[in-house]
Design a protein around this ligand. Structure first.
Ligand code: WTA
Length: 649
């Protein structure tokens, strides 16, 4: 973010206090901050009462082996029981858990009783496939109810799931399967996107060529398209799951039993397996979902419009909403299929009260124009949420005014795959929101902005965002790599969790997020590392060297810009090689990682020690004159790149 944008941001003077009616009935009042301040662990002990424990915990937090935390020591619970069974037991079996909307227009309504039966059947099916507590299961699925069922069946058995986003490539899937030691994969023939059936199973088959340990593949029939089949390994969901008993007794697991692993981009090429465990995670997402969205289980119709393949889907489509007995909407496809008003039509149809989505999507809707949502009745809405990247004030105001009729608060929630739960966010009944600021740490959470030396900066100054106290839904480690966990998050500032985001405190002490400060890009709210894409590029036989930067983009937040040096044998590049390289990245990582542009260059700007000066490349990508280049080993390089740019456009 440029200095100019930053100073504009900090001069943003608008304030939006909570609507009186909302404040009056809000789940959480200002008192929660004081309570948590006075007794943080006591606060989290109370929050833990929102879920059902088979055995009570004896200690809220054991931090004696920091940074390896144990929350709710001695407690035992089952996450799936908390998400479904207990609601059926308390007489809410007929309540709708999901209004599911398929992209072609087919719909399904799933009640809590049906969900419980389906989860039990799927758990019994997995047992029949030989799954035991502790085994890892990969889930590679479209946005259909069976994806939720599969996750909860795993949780019910204490078999950690690792959900891989359906847009990722076969290569990305096999990397995750191998890293996590997966033996069973749950997938579907395909799903609907942009008006067509998109196959998933062939990517699984391709991935499994390099994953001999996978013995079973459970396949949901969603699209009915032709599907390659490996006899003895592949089994249809409807053949195996449908004939199972709808009864299954959940076992209570230790609070620290692994719940899932979610892979996320870090600063190196190898994705990190972020591990979440059962008790603390469930308490964290359940409390924050209830507090930040002011969830009223009997009346709200809640919609997180995100993919289950990301942490937002895990925490705020599956675990938080279900543990809170929420009625949710789940939508399979893209926002412009079959028309650009699809989301607003869904909100009108189900009378949605809460919508949670990403700034990149809001900016896309802005581009499509206010007349699209204007055709639909959105008056059922009472709360809006944003996640994934900083929301610029224009997008915030558009969201609040055009979707929220100028009366609905916007919850700008800052958090990460690693934090598991919302960390910095307004509270709807308490906070007077400022467009562009995530405001302050939630009750029970401690965040700060520090300088290079790790000292808290005064109000009005900027620096690095840190979390100063452990929190229940924090990642416990990186799968199989505790050293990398310690190095990545806890070594930059001893005793503080380093989030990797730049931030500023305004004159009131409220926090404004400024984007990643490391080599992680944020493209449409998806985290991608520059190194990961560089590795994909250099794995192509025609590429000698590659540098990737994230350039500011009005819609996607950041866009991927690549600079490559071709091998001598590859000729002079040209349009064909650029297309070939873009497709190669899509195959290695997934279509979301395709560079917006690839510039073939003769040299890359490097320091004398050989480090690529991405800052200068970013200047080129953002059409600025390159900044200070005096530390370059060869100062003519930037001129060569500028010439290349001039001839390529
Ligand atoms: C960014 C997504 C500003 C941030 C839940 C963070 C945000 C990264 C916000 C985590 C927000 C997320 N304001 N930036 N409200 N929410 N981010 O792991 O850079 O996919 O570090 O988790 O997204 O991305 P992740």
């Amino acid at each position: 973010m440029s200095e100019e944008t930053l100073s504009n941001l900090l001069h943003e003077g608008r304030r939006f206090p909570p609507p009186a009616e909302l404040a009056e009935h809000a789940n959480v009042t200002a008192e929660a901050y004081a309570r948590a301040e006075a007794d943080r662990l006591g606060f989290w002990a109370d929050a833990a009462q929102r879920i059902t424990w088979a055995e009570p915990f004896t200690q809220v937090l054991d931090w004696s082996d920091a940074p390896f935390a144990q929350w709710y020591v001695g407690g035992k619970l089952n996450a799936a029981y908390n998400c479904v069974d207990r609601h059926v037991e308390s007489g809410h079996g007929d309540q709708v858990a999901f209004y599911w909307e398929g992209e072609p227009g087919d719909t399904r309504t799933v009640t809590y009783a049906q969900l419980k039966d389906d989860v039990c059947r799927a758990a019994n099916a997995l047992v029949e496939l030989g799954v035991k507590t502790g085994d890892r299961i990969a889930i590679y699925m479209p946005m259909i109810p069976e994806t939720v069922v599969a996750m909860l069946a795993c949780a019910r058995l204490g078999a950690p799931h690792t959900v891989v986003f359906g847009g990722f490539s076969a290569k990305a899937l096999s990397d995750r399967i191998l890293d996590c030691g997966v033996e069973v994969v749950i997938t579907a023939d395909g799903g609907y996107r942009r008006g067509a059936a998109a196959a998933l199973k062939p990517a699984v088959d391709e991935a499994l060529e390099s994953c001999p340990a996978v013995r079973s593949v459970l396949v949901v029939r969603r699209t009915g398209q032709d599907t390659p089949w490996t006899a003895g390994r592949d089994v249809w969901w409807h053949d195996l799951v449908d004939r199972q008993s709808p009864d299954h007794t959940p076992e209570a697991f230790d609070a620290e039993h692994p719940l899932y692993v979610m892979y996320s981009s870090g600063t190196t090429g190898k994705p990190k397996g972020i591990l979440h465990t059962t008790g603390g995670y469930l308490v964290g997402v359940t409390w924050t979902h209830w507090a930040v969205f002011d969830i009223k289980p009997d009346t709200d119709v809640y919609w997180t419009a995100a993919d289950i393949g990301w942490v937002t889907g895990h925490s705020y489509i599956v675990y938080g909403p279900l543990a809170n007995r929420t009625t949710s909407i789940m939508y399979e496809g893209t926002p412009d299929t079959p028309h650009k008003g699809r989301w607003w039509e869904i909100i009108q149809k189900y009378k949605a009260t809460i919508l949670y989505t990403a700034p990149t999507t809001i900016r896309t809707f802005m581009k499509w124009g206010a007349d699209v949502p204007a055709e639909f009745d959105l008056t059922s809405l009472r709360l809006l949420g944003s996640v994934g990247e900083p929301i610029n004030p224009e997008a915030y105001i558009w969201y609040r005014d055009t979707i929220g009729g100028g009366r609905i608060p916007v919850m700008d929630t800052w958090w990460q795959t690693e934090t598991g739960m919302h960390m910095i966010s307004p509270l709807p009944g308490v906070t007077a929101g400022k467009p562009g600021s995530a405001m302050r740490a939630l009750p029970g959470v401690s965040a700060d902005v520090v300088d290079d030396a790790g000292h808290s900066v005064p109000n009005g100054a900027g620096g690095y965002l840190v979390l100063t106290e452990p929190w229940p839904a924090m990642l416990r480690t990186l799968w199989g790599d505790p050293d990398r966990y310690r190095d990545t998050y806890w070594s930059r500032f001893p005793g503080l969790y380093f989030a990797g985001d730049g931030a500023k405190k305004d004159e009131d002490g409220d926090i404004w997020l400024l984007g990643r400060i490391d080599d992680v890009m944020n493209v449409s709210g998806h985290r991608l590392s520059t190194t990961e894409i560089e590795s994909a590029l250099v794995s192509h036989p025609k590429v000698a060297e590659a540098a990737v930067v994230g350039a500011t983009d009005p819609t996607t937040g950041q866009a991927i810009e690549a600079f490559v040096i071709l091998r001598g044998s590859a000729g002079d590049g040209g349009a064909d090689v650029v297309k070939e390289l873009r497709d190669h990245v899509a195959k290695e990582i997934g279509p979301i990682a395709k560079p917006r542009s690839i510039l073939v260059v003769a040299e890359l700007p490097k320091t004398r020690s050989g480090k690529i000066m991405r800052r200068l490349l970013r200047d080129v990508a953002e059409h600025r004159p390159p900044g200070d280049a005096t530390t370059l080993a060869d100062s003519s390089v930037m001129d060569l790149i500028a010439e290349g740019l001039a001839t390529s456009t």
